[in-house]
Ligand binder design. Structure first.
Ligand code: BTN
Length: 309
């Protein structure tokens, strides 16, 4: 109902009387007033006069009803420990494909390799629960599709040179603007779910904990609408996934790759490898040329660009 009231107020732009709202929506004027009161409490600047209601401006909020047809599959929280934890519970209780968990902030945001992902207000933090019909061996293609589509979305919306760093970071001018984390559960031959968590530094200041990170706001010199960015990304990513075209994802990802032809150090909890990053294969493994001329295939790890550009 809140979404419907907002749509009418947005379309009308002028004052809409309680009577018109009540007639159009088939609920009492008292119910309309209760919804308006709630909407005002959660941040919508709605002016109430003797003539009716008027939406003064559209706040950049991420409530489910802001996402049109997606509403029933969006779960929004002002604050959670981590959207990954909420998403895992939902996935295990059989929520539908492309359910999305969004948080205004996270108190225990998680990064890759057990790092903390600082998640203060103003950033974009969400996890998508995906049920692609693919074997577990192909799951990394989903992550590469997500980072490639996010880089493309940032390029298209803001005309910036968003690059991808192996495996799934987004960099602008060498500084991290976004990171992706994924978790999967699978049968032997079929994925049950892949949860892809995305953190984007939008209007928050990430440098407090990560001096080399940067926000879109800092790069572009203005506040960036998170809702528009998330909607655009979800639409592009969903249509890519549903068209099943994951075969060429990594070669498209490579168009924006910052990691190739660079001297890199890859750190895992077991070992450190150094060499020249010569390629990423079609399933996302990084191919390193080592100092002795041999090649090494790296499936996962944390990547550091050793040569400065
Ligand atoms: C990384 O670069 O290390 C990955 C960061 C992933 C952060 C996102 S924010 C939404 C989701 N919830 C989390 O706790 N982490 C991911």
């Amino acid at each position: 109902m809140k979404g419907k009231i907002l749509n009418i107020l947005r379309d009308e732009k002028n004052v809409v009387s309680g009577e018109i709202l009540s007639d159009q929506l088939g609920i009492s004027r008292v119910s309309i007033w209760k919804h308006i009161k709630k909407l005002r409490e959660i941040g919508y600047p709605i002016e109430a006069t003797s003539k009716g209601y008027c939406l003064i401006s559209a706040p950049d909020v991420l409530y489910p009803w802001e996402f049109g047809d997606r509403e029933s599959k969006i779960h929004y929280f002002d604050a959670v420990d981590s959207t990954m934890d909420v998403a895992r519970e939902l996935a295990r209780s059989n929520c539908p494909h492309f359910t999305v968990v969004i948080a205004g902030r996270q108190t225990k945001g998680r990064g890759r390799l057990n790092r903390t992902w600082l998640s203060s207000e103003g950033g974009l933090y969400f996890t998508m629960i995906l049920r692609p019909r693919i074997p577990p061996a192909l799951s990394s293609r989903v992550n590469f599709a997500a980072s490639m589509i996010l880089a493309r979305t940032l390029r298209k919306m803001f005309e910036i040179d968003a690059m991808v760093k192996w495996p799934n970071d987004i960099l602008i001018d060498g500084r991290k603007v976004s990171g992706l984390l994924s978790e999967m559960e699978a049968e032997t031959d079929m994925v049950r779910f892949i949860n892809v968590g995305v953190g984007v530094n939008v209007n928050n200041d990430p440098t407090v904990g990560e001096p080399m990170a940067i926000s879109l706001k800092k790069i572009l010199g203005r506040k960036i609408p998170r809702k528009a960015l998330l909607s655009e990304f979800l639409n592009s990513f969903e249509s890519r996934l549903n068209n099943g075209a994951l075969e060429n994802v990594v070669s498209e990802w490579k168009e924006y790759a910052e990691t190739l032809n660079r001297h890199v150090r890859i750190v895992t909890d077991r070992e450190i490898s150094e060499g020249l990053a010569v390629d990423v294969d079609k399933d996302g493994a990084l191919i390193l040329k080592l100092a002795d001329g041999s090649f090494k295939k790296i499936i996962h790890g944390d990547c550091f660009h050793e040569d400065k550009r």
